[in-house]
Design a protein around this ligand. Structure first.
Ligand code: XUL
Length: 540
């Protein structure tokens, strides 16, 4: 038996997934690799509930300006420590025999560290909590996260410095996005030059967590590195014109960028001494969307994955590079060595919760409202921009209702779900043409009524991913894959995902032809309403 561990450090929680794989015969005949594969444990820790002293709300801290959103990185350190203690308590045998660990993290967020970081990390004493040992290593106490949209000025400056939006997109896979790490670093360096000067290292949330495990600076993987507006997608290394356009002396502050299966080291002495863990291999961490691609088995072109989480995200694997001319979504290196398209909608689960709470409902009543209203909602629509939106680009938040009575509870519930699905369908045709099925994942994918709207709007079958947390499972599978590469005994991706990511047959939603017809028309009207709202900026 081999055991692999995958973490998912998402916006609101830390999840761990532990898997067991029966070791098959080695060599060309690996049929027994397909043998006994099992998820032993999946467990989550919600930051607000379990670490309330950090004062986060849904895992983040917001200021008066709705565009500014950050999180305390020390909270992530403490969460990782507590999670390791919990895992050892729940699965002592498996944890004592771990072969490799990897992880997934919310993308784009950045952690700023001073020159005390390397020594404090390497020398952390297992007698204390890691958070105590590292309390002094941050040159910026808060990490800006993907929900931050305060860097429009920096986006424009970076694009102009490299020769325009199209040049940046061609080289890094995307136009400048407010949440991307490059614009965030530029904003920090401009507003806080002294603190930037004392910053010796800038990590992504993913590479920060991997470094905590390895006890030394971990590389940034090419998947998450693509979400920075700093990496050359062709050479998969830092792109000097982008570094120069972003901040002075940036190259020496960044870790190296490496393929997604690269070992970052072995589990540091802190973890081994404190929890009796072995010298397991730490494989570089990646972003949650690249990891979810693996955790849902989307390792072939032409498949679409939709994650209904804090953000709603549409992903698809690409063998050849395709970039959207209009700057919608972005392309990254995928953990399989190919490319992947990602389009992100910020008004995901928090917007659904806002509607639920506004009308005093629970999720059962929310579902009932969906069932009691017809596809198309009699033409009533909502543009659900409770927060500034990423897709389409809306910087000033505001909800807009079209032929929709704000007092009609069920109609408002249907309107938000239809709006989210129609926006996803309309803005992602560039990524995967002719997809025959969608793999749904994330919290709201546990709601059949929501998935039925998805199937009807996209006009294709929707299958629910079996894993509770696809990103954490993807990370565990990446740990296995990375371990095999390091042992010089690589295993192909189809084999890696087999048995873990087969869809759940009891969760298959078929599109209903009558509803599909309704949405074909409503999707055009929705796109028109979106266009008009963006032109007028008139939100009510
Ligand atoms: C991806 C993105 C979000 C975060 C959420 O570009 O911004 O999906 O990764 O965790």
């Amino acid at each position: 038996m081999n055991f692999y561990l995958g973490f998912d450090a998402s916006t609101q929680s830390l999840t761990a997934t532990l898997i067991k794989i029966e070791v098959g015969c080695r060599g060309p005949h690996r049929s027994s690799d397909a043998g006994n594969r099992e998820i032993l444990l999946e467990t989550s820790m919600v930051y607000d509930a379990e670490l309330p002293s950090y004062g986060t709300d849904h895992g983040v801290l917001r200021g008066a300006d709705p565009a500014v959103v950050a999180a305390p990185p020390l909270m992530w350190v403490e969460a990782l420590d507590r999670m390791m203690a919990r895992l050892v308590e729940l699965q002592p045998q498996a944890m004592s025999r771990l072969s490799a660990i990897s992880g997934s993290a919310q993308q784009h967020g950045s952690v700023y560290l001073n020159d005390r970081w390397p020594a404090a990390l390497a020398g952390a004493s297992s007698a204390a909590q890691l958070a105590t040992e590292l309390a002094d290593v941050f040159s910026r106490p808060l990490a800006p996260v993907w929900m931050d949209s305060s860097t429009s000025r920096e986006c424009a400056e970076i694009e102009s410095a490299v020769g325009g939006e199209a040049v940046l997109a061609r080289n890094t896979g995307s136009r400048a996005f407010e949440r991307f790490t490059g614009p965030q670093i530029r904003s920090f360096a401009r507003k806080h030059p002294e603190a930037y000067a004392t910053t010796a290292r800038i990590h992504l949330v993913s590479s920060f967590h991997a470094s905590l495990l390895a006890g030394e600076d971990a590389p940034i993987d090419v998947g998450d590195g693509s979400g920075m507006n700093l990496m050359d997608l062709d050479t998969r290394s830092w792109w000097p014109p982008a570094l120069d356009a972003t901040a002075t002396d940036l190259a020496r502050r960044l870790p190296v960028v490496r393929p997604s299966w690269t070992p970052a080291g072995t589990l540091a002495p802190y973890w081994r001494a404190r929890y009796g863990l072995p010298a397991a291999r730490v494989v570089v961490w990646s972003g949650d969307n690249p990891c979810s691609l693996i955790g849902t088995g989307l390792v072939r072109e032409g498949q679409l994955g939709i994650s209904l989480g804090t953000s709603d995200t549409v992903c698809g694997m690409m063998r050849t590079l395709r970039i959207h001319d209009g700057g919608i979504g972005y392309v990254s290196a995928s953990p399989t060595g190919d490319f992947m398209g990602t389009t992100v909608f910020k008004n995901g689960s928090l917007a659904r919760e806002r509607v639920r709470d506004q009308y005093g409902m629970n999720w059962a009543a929310f579902s009932e409202a969906l069932r009691s209203t017809p596809p198309g909602n009699h033409g009533a629509m909502m543009l659900p921009w409770f927060d500034p939106e990423i897709t389409p680009h809306v910087l000033t938040p505001g909800v807009r209702r079209v032929s929709l009575d704000p007092d009609d509870k069920p109609a408002n519930v249907r309107a938000i779900i239809e709006a989210q699905m129609m926006a996803m369908a309309n803005h992602t045709t560039w990524m995967v043409a002719g997809s025959k099925e969608i793999r749904a994942m994330g919290g709201a994918s546990g709601n059949r009524d929501v998935l039925q709207v998805m199937a009807d709007v996209f006009g294709v079958q929707v299958i629910r991913s079996r894993a509770g947390n696809a990103a954490a499972l993807g990370a565990a599978l990446r740990a296995w894959h990375g371990d095999r590469v390091a042992l010089n005994d690589p295993i192909d991706w189809e084999n890696v995902v087999q048995g873990f990511t087969d869809p759940d047959p009891s969760w298959r939603m078929e599109p209903r032809p009558e509803a599909v017809k309704v949405y074909a028309d409503l999707r055009r009207r929705y796109a028109e309403a979106e266009r008009r709202a963006l032109e007028s900026q008139d939100f009510t």
